[in-house]
Write a protein that binds this ligand. Sequence first.
Ligand SMILES: [Zn+2]
Length: 122
Amino acid sequence: MGTKGWKLSKETKQRMSVAQKGHKGIKHTPEAKEKIRKAQLGKIYSPETIKRISEAKIQEEAGYGAIHDWVRRWKGTPNICESCGAKDRYMNWANIDHQYKRILDDYIRLCVPCHRKFDLNK
Ligand SMILES: [Zn+2]
């Protein structure tokens, strides 16, 4: 005498079948899904924020980020800060004259804190 069947009450069964029927009834068209997605995005970000995010991304890709990628491509990833000698920090290539021209000799290795100080003194 071990098996005690897990029995669903008549009421529970009925509730389940109603729920399933209800599920089948809802079908989202692709347009409706897109609307829901946008509505959810709108809850998190305001339209201005969405605009600012995309603008920042474009700026980064076109300017500052692109030139650093370019320097990195030719000079590699910097590993020692030329200002303080730190080795275990995240390093940047800093531009000596802050013009960010495509002249490799104008770039020096700086850790993030030194880079920040360097940029403040320009
Ligand atoms: Zn440093």
